[in-house]
Write a protein that binds this ligand. Structure first.
Ligand code: PFF
Length: 448
C-alpha cells in the first residue's frame, strides 16, 4: 500500500462509509418520486430485481478493481491496461460524480434549509422556498462548503467518523414515520399503489429509470466503489460487506416509500409530482403529528447528514483522482472541485422556479425527464451515464482485466465466494453487460 493514501480503520468502518455513500437523498428523496412517476409497485419490483441481480454482483467488480490496484477509477484502469482507451471509462466516472454532485448538492441544500423551516413552524410554502434564487444558492454553496471541509480532513478521519454516528438514528426515526403513515385514514390506497404491481406499467424508459435508480442508490457506475474499495485491506470480506451495504440501502429506500405513499394518498395528492414530492408530503405529515415540527426538524437534520455522507463520497472521487494521478495537493483539489461544482450546479439550483429559462428547459423528451434543468441533469448523470459507466466497467473487468483475476481478488478475504465464482464470472462477462446494453438500446427506440 502506498504510504500516503490511507486505509479504512476496520471492516466496519468501510461498510459504514460505503453504506453512508449509498444511503442518502437517493433513498428518501429520489426513490419515492421515481416510483411515483413510473407507476408504483411494478417499478419497485423491477428496482429490487436490478439491485439483486445486477447491482450487487457489479458492486463486487468495482470493489475488486479498487482493492487490487489501490487506485482511483482512472488510475485503476491505467494500472491494468496502460495507455488504452479504456481509461475513458474512468474519466466518465469522474465526470459523472461531478454531474451528480452538481444537482445533488442543490437538493441537499434544501434539506438543510428545511431543518430551520420546520423549527420556524412554517411547513408549507415549498414552491416559494425553492424558487427564491438567493436562498437556494446560499444553501447549495453552504452544503458544498461543509462537504469540502470534511473531505479536506482525509479518508478515515473525515469520512469514517461521520458515517458512524447518525445512520442508525435515521433508521429509527424512519421506522416511527412508517408506523404513523400506514395508520393514517386513507393510507390503504397508497399501499396498493406502492405494493401491488401492475405489470403493464413497465416500458423501456421505466426499465432504464429502475436500473439507473438501482445504480444511483448503491453509488455504482461511476467508480465510487473503486475509490472506496482502494482503501480496503486485502483481508476484508468484500462479499459480506457488499451484501450489508445493499441490504441497508434497500431497506431504507423501501421504508421511505412506506412513509410517502400512504401519506400521499391519505392527503389526496398525486404521486407523479417529481423532485418536489418528498418536500411537499413530509412537512405536511409533520404538521399533522403532535410534536411534529420538532420531529420534522430532527428528520431533516438526519437526512442532511445522510446526504452529507453521500456528497462527501461524490467529491472524493474526482479528488482522489487529482491527488493520486496529477499529484495536486488534496487541499487545493478539494476546494477547486467544490467551486467548479458550484458553478456547474447553479442552473440546477435556479431551475425550480427562480429562472424561467432553466425551469422550462425542456431539451429532452418528456418521457425521459421533466422539463426543468435539474431533472435533465439527474437523468443524464444519475441514470444514463451511470448505466453506460457500469456497462463499460463490467466489460472491462469481465474481458480486459479478466473475470478470473477479478474473481480471485474478490475471493481473497471471502473464501465462501468460491461457490459463486462460476456464476459471478458469467454474470460479469455476459449477463450484466447484455442487460444494460439492451436497456440502453431500447431507450433510443431501437425496438420501436
Ligand atoms: N447513493 C447516493 C444516494 O442514494 O443518495 C447518491 C450517490 C452517491 C450516487 C455517490 C453515486 C455516488 F457515487
Amino acid at each position: 500500500m502506498e504510504t500516503n493514501r490511507g486505509e479504512w480503520s476496520s471492516k466496519f468502518g468501510f461498510i459504514l462509509a460505503a453504506a453512508g455513500s449509498a444511503i442518502g437523498l437517493g433513498n428518501i428523496w429520489r426513490f419515492p418520486y421515481v416510483v411515483g412517476q413510473n407507476g408504483g409497485a411494478a417499478f419497485v419490483l423491477l428496482y429490487l430485481f436490478f439491485v439483486i441481480i445486477i447491482g450487487l454482483p457489479y458492486m463486487f467488480a468495482e470493489m475488486a478493481l479498487g482493492r487490487s490496484t489501490q487506485r482511483n477509477p482512472v488510475g485503476a484502469i491505467e494500472a491494468l491496461k496502460p495507455r488504452s482507451p479504456w481509461k475513458l471509462a474512468g474519466y466518465l466516472g469522474l465526470l459523472t460524480a461531478f454531474g451528480i454532485l452538481s444537482f445533488y448538492g442543490v437538493i441537499a441544500g434544501w434539506t438543510f434549509g428545511y431543518i430551520f423551516k420546520m423549527l420556524s413552524g412554517k411547513t408549507g410554502g415549498f414552491a416559494g422556498f425553492i424558487s427564491d434564487p438567493l436562498l437556494v444558492t446560499f444553501l447549495f454553496a453552504l452544503f458544498l462548503a461543509i462537504t469540502a471541509l470534511i473531505v479536506h480532513g482525509g479518508v478515515a478521519r473525515g469520512i469514517e467518523r461521520w458515517s458512524k454516528i447518525l445512520m442508525p438514528m435515521l433508521f429509527v426515526i424512519l421506522l416511527g414515520l412508517v408506523i404513523y403513515a400506514v395508520t393514517l385514514k386513507g393510507a390503504a390506497a397508497g399501499l396498493t399503489f406502492y405494493l401491488k404491481p401492475d405489470l403493464t406499467k413497465i416500458t423501456g424508459s421505466t426499465m432504464l429509470a429502475a436500473l439507473g435508480q438501482a445504480f444511483f442508490s448503491l453509488s455504482l457506475g461511476m467508480g465510487l466503489m473503486i475509490t472506496y474499495g482502494s482503501y480496503v485491506s486485502k483481508k476484508m470480506n468484500m462479499v459480506t460487506s457488499g451484501f450489508s451495504i445493499a441490504l441497508f440501502d434497500t431497506v431504507i429506500a423501501i421504508m421511505a416509500g412506506l412513509v410517502i405513499f400512504p401519506a400521499l394518498f391519505a392527503m389526496g395528492k398525486s404521486p407523479s409530482a417529481g423532485p418536489t414530492l418528498v418536500f411537499v408530503v413530509l412537512p405536511e405529515l409533520f404538521s399533522m403529528m403532535p410534536g411534529g415540527l420538532v420531529v420534522g426538524a430532527f428528520f431533516f437534520l438526519l437526512l442532511s447528514i445522510a446526504a452529507l455522507t453521500s456528497t462527501i463520497s461524490l467529491l472524493e472521487v474526482p479528488v482522489a483522482y487529482l491527488a493520486d494521478e496529477r499529484k495536486i495537493s488534496r487541499k487545493t483539489t478539494v476546494w477547486a472541485v467544490a467551486f467548479v461544482t458550484f458553478l456547474v450546479g447553479l442552473p440546477s439550483a435556479l431551475s425550480q422556479g427562480a429562472s424561467g429559462f432553466f425551469t422550462d428547459f425542456g431539451l429532452l423528451p418528456e418521457r425521459l425527464a421533466s422539463a426543468d434543468f435539474l431533472s435533465h441533469v439527474s437523468f443524464l448523470f444519475g441514470d444514463l451515464s451511470l448505466a453506460l459507466g457500469a456497462f463499460l466497467i463490467s466489460v472491462f473487468v469481465g474481458w480486459v482485466w479478466g473475470a478470473r483475476l477479478a474473481a480471485d481478488e474478490i475471493q481473497s478475504g471471502s473464501p465462501g465466494f468460491a461457490r459463486f465464482r462460476k456464476i459471478w464470472i458469467f454474470m460479469i462477462r455476459f449477463f450484466i453487460p447484455a442487460v444494460i446494453f439492451v436497456i440502453l438500446l431500447n431507450l433510443f427506440g431501437i425496438f420501436g
